[in-house]
Design a protein around this ligand. Structure first.
Ligand code: MN
Length: 347
């Protein structure tokens, strides 16, 4: 990568707008905080962030609050006020990313390659700084790499934000981490605020969270290698991913699929713990023409809009194709947790 082309892509003056994918995660947030710090410290450029979708996973909410990450409301962006736009942890043409219009694209930085066949906008081929590289396990690592290249030492807040991005996206260097992530992880950890990290790791949880845990436990079914958890309305798309991750830990099963309705879409997450699993084509098949999805390696996520079909129809579709994909059609399921067993002293 020609890092010097980053400096050349920047405007000489004016404000830069930063954005990431819908429902920002720690990596997207960390990369934005790191980018804002780099722009200010090295290039004297002010920036503003715009966030799309809500942040609801308790850890992410805590990260945003404790690090005081402030963002403009999506509808509140005046394009004339910005000299350019930088997209982090996503790409402008990805289905879960909708940068505000009317601001010239300076560049994008992402560690996801994107799926084949996704069309790029015409303007993207000419974008001044385009850095997409899956030899990084997190976009926060890429931004840290830029900071090092430009000799900018992150302050405590920036280091904490970037560290959260690296550790959550790589699951503490266990998932898709490379030597770059390792280096950034060690370097940022030294500087990060331990108390804040602890508070972000173990946030307090609303009662609703526990209610949903119960619902997921009741809904989980085991079909051969698969744990299938089809939920109704959920608090957030992230809770679907959380359930899929959680149930993947079930002993004996190697795949976990969870689905739940949120914001007019049926969100679906697929996980596997097989070392060389490729989750994306499996989820692609399960969502069919009705859905969009992305993913790499052992994880994939996607959604089907609840416009043409009702929630019940979409649930039935996803279920039918999931059983087909795992060759479990006409196979009897067993509940993840038997509702009659273990209910204690109830009659
Ligand atoms: Mn990421």
């Amino acid at each position: 990568m020609d890092f010097d082309s980053f400096a050349k892509a920047l405007p000489e003056s004016g404000q830069v707008l930063l954005c990431t994918h819908r429902h920002p995660d720690p990596d997207g947030l960390g990369a934005m905080v790191g980018m804002a710090f780099l722009l200010e410290q090295r290039f004297g450029l002010a920036s503003a962030m715009v966030l799309e979708g809500r942040i609801r996973r308790a850890e992410n909410v805590a990260m945003r609050e404790l690090l005081e990450i402030r963002a403009l409301p999506k509808g509140g962006v005046d394009p004339a006020a910005y000299a350019g736009l930088i997209v982090v942890d996503s790409q402008p043409h990805f289905t879960h990313t909708h940068p505000p219009g009317g601001v010239p694209l300076i560049g994008f930085i992402d560690h996801h390659l994107g799926s084949v066949g996704e069309k790029q906008h015409d303007q993207e081929t000419e974008v001044p700084f385009r850095w997409v590289d899956d030899s990084y396990g997190a976009t926060s690592t890429m931004v840290d790499h830029l900071l090092r290249h430009y000799g900018v030492e992150p302050d405590v807040r920036t280091a904490t934000a970037l560290f959260c991005g690296v550790r959550y996206d790589t699951n503490n260097l266990l998932r898709g981490a490379t030597e770059f992530d390792e280096l950034s992880f060690r370097r940022l950890e030294q500087k990060a605020d331990r108390k804040l990290l602890g508070a972000i790791d173990q946030p307090s949880l609303p009662r609703e969270y526990f209610r949903q845990i119960r619902e997921a436990l009741d809904a989980g079914e085991v079909f051969g290698p698969l744990v299938l958890t089809m939920l109704g309305e959920v608090n957030s798309p992230e809770s679907v991913a959380e359930v899929a991750d959680w149930f993947l830990r079930l002993k004996g099963q190697t795949w976990s699929l969870a689905g739940g309705a949120s914001e007019g879409r049926y969100q679906v997450s697929l996980r596997s713990d097989l070392p060389d699993a490729d989750a994306y084509p499996v989820l692609r098949f399960i969502l069919g023409e009705q859905g969009a999805c992305g993913g790499h390696g052992r994880m994939a996520g996607g959604q089907i809009p609840l416009t043409e079909y009702s929630l019940e129809e979409v649930q039935a579709m996803v279920r039918r194709r999931a059983l087909e994909a795992f060759e479990q059609v006409d196979v009897a399921s067993s509940p993840l947790v038997s509702r009659t067993q273990g209910s204690g002293k109830n009659p």
